[in-house]
Design a protein around this ligand. Sequence first.
Ligand code: C2O
Length: 555
Amino acid sequence: AETRKYQFNVQMASVTRLCGTKSIVTVNGQYPGPTLFAREGDHIEVNVVNSSPYNVSLHWHGVRQLLSGWADGPSYITQCPIQPGGSYVYRYQIVGQRGTLWWHAHISWLRATLYGPIVILPPAGVPYPFPAPDEEVPVMFGEWWRNDTEAVIAQALQTGGGPNISDAYTINGLPGPLYNYTCGSSAAAAQETFTLKVRPGKTYMLRLINAALNDELFFSVANHTLTVVDVDALYVKPFAVDTLVIAPGQTSNVLLGAKPDALPGARYYMEARPYTNTQGTFDNTTVAGILEYGYEDPSVSSTNLPISAPTLPQINDTSFVANYTARLRSLASADYPAAVPQAVDRRFFFTVGLGTHPCAVNGTCQGPNGSRFAASVNNVSFVLPTTALLQAHFSGRSNGVYTTDFPAAPLVPFNYTGTPPNGTNVMNGTKVVALPFGATVELVLQDTSILGAESHPLHLHGFNFYVVGQGFGNFDPVNDPAKFNLVDPVERNTVGVPAGGWVAIRFRADNPGVWFMHCHLEVHMSWGLKMAWLVQDGSLPNQKLPPPPSDLPQC
Ligand code: C2O
């Protein structure tokens, strides 16, 4: 194993998209940001220097951070933000993971433009458990606003409503040809299109990452099947699809076989467009990139051939999503066993959903009856502290920072997916669940229909978990557990709680520290759909959180 060192300078840069130029926060002036490369087992050191005017911290989404909680990155959870002019070195090792993850800013909504891939190869000499691809390509989905990104964020947070919807989705930062925008008097649409040149008969591994702020996405490539081999940097039993679905925070490696007999210059659209079952306003546009059978012969022109487009599911096709996710199974092989906890020490039942706060500022609240939108877990809307939870925990000064009385189940049960109860106001709190080291945990996440059923991609920091069951309606604690898959359930770090349904996960609390769990839709996270787990030290030396690094930023 090696140590891989990176220099990340957080700085403003001017970027032009959709005919407009604006200044955005970037790493090293790149949008999307640079790729981190590692092999499983490598150590990573990223020296982050903040030359931007914003407080910032970076999160290595999906990296387990075994005994390295100080490097996890969520502001006010594991660290105070890096202030303008400050710096911090994130040090961690990649353990037991190989595939694709990603990094992103973890404060306010700065991840809108601050994100990039983490490519993790198997250790040297260890093959993939599937035929090796000829080429590997990151494919990141994002969102682009013509307006100043900070103004969009400020507007969303001040009104307590939803954000102004984005003007385009992007693939690797590029909106693609379907937007048909024209710049000035020029009749031709500007060319901001991701193009993947392929050769007949070769295999390509697309490293898919959904970095969009607020939208789950369908993705398909016209006339080509995709073989899913990995999700969230963990292998799955391969299966072929025409279309897949990927939620914000999720990653997936898929193999694409280029046609052996394609015409020179043949082109096919790859397209992504949202999945949502909400009624409100959202960006329902389509981003396209182009798969092009490229030839070295410059006399071959592709522009006179018709271009094929894929057929994507309806925007609210919840059963497509359920069927797709039900096909995901971990490899559960001799080389990659599934360590599903068979016995459970601690059981939790969390409702996740929307609600309201009374409006404090007159005339600016957009929720029902002039309220302010909120979101909660077990009716607790999480409030970020003004110092980092992990520092408070480590120094034994929790007083006034957090309490450990997070409810293990809703205080007042109700028909979660039926007619919602009358009071929809949530309570504020900075509450955590304390877990003894090594405890096996079962957590059922139940969507609620308060203000409308909605799919929530829940992300857990510090762990991978097994998705042992999912279903629609209310979770049935008597009959549903009998149907749990404890043999080869998919293992991941971000799971969609089905709209109007539930999902059950299991994990082992083998990583001491404070670990954030939240909806990866940025708007729901801002409204409070988040909480934290506090995993205590174990008794052995390698079960204890080490002291903080000396350059850890202070609040
Ligand atoms: Cu990708 Cu806490 O986030």
